[in-house]
Write a protein that binds this ligand. Sequence first.
Ligand code: APR
Length: 229
Amino acid sequence: MKRVVVLTGAGISAESGLKTFRDSDGLWEGYNIEDVATPGAWESNPELVQDFYNQRRRSVLEAVPNAAHYALAKLEEKYDVTIITQNIDDLHERGGSTKVIHLHGIITRSQSGIKANLTYPINGWELKMGEMCELGSQLRAHVVWFGEAVPMIETAAQICAKAELFILVGTSLAVYPAAGLINYVPRNVTKYIIDPTIPTTTNNRMVEMPYKATVGVPMLIDELMENDV
Ligand code: APR
């Protein structure tokens, strides 16, 4: 089966009701991202950061996958599909996709405050202060903050290097190292870009599809299911 690699960002979940980061004047749910998504924020105001992610988790649990998530799951019937997502929601999984790499973590899990790869499932939406990991440190949301390492980036780069077809959906390509992944995709591989605002990037063989995810993704997937590309 042909190897398809899909890199997704906040735009694919926008129509499920989850806000993107950079579409509303730099503020995200009323916060500067840096005030809630950095190790410094956690050190100086852990309650605020915990509460912020608890609210985000509640929104994620209330959201449902949309036509774009479902279409990508359907693509597995004919292709070997790996999704690399920058999103911390679990909508790809709930949409039925089976190979999903979360570059920036996943909000339905918690992580040790001192050992990033020590993670646990969270029951419900609320992670409380006082809930500890087995090493005795306060649990936080399993998300990669600004200034932290992105442990999955090497794996993701290797997968991109083996792509035979590449699809980019709903990302501004503003945040590295994720934004650099497209450069690992071989030059002769076709790269579809689905986003109402096509992000600035230089690469070979790009096909721009300036549509919302729920329109553009099913359109492309129908085409890929019907024709061999
Ligand atoms: N369908 C498809 N794309 C959309 C839609 C939609 N309905 N609505 C908005 N978009 C696009 C925007 O045009 C934009 O290019 O989604 C993109 C959202 O960009 P960002 O808000 O920058 O989100 P993302 O690229 O995922 O951000 C990357 O930044 O703060 C960090 O860790 C966070 O993973 C996140 C990373």
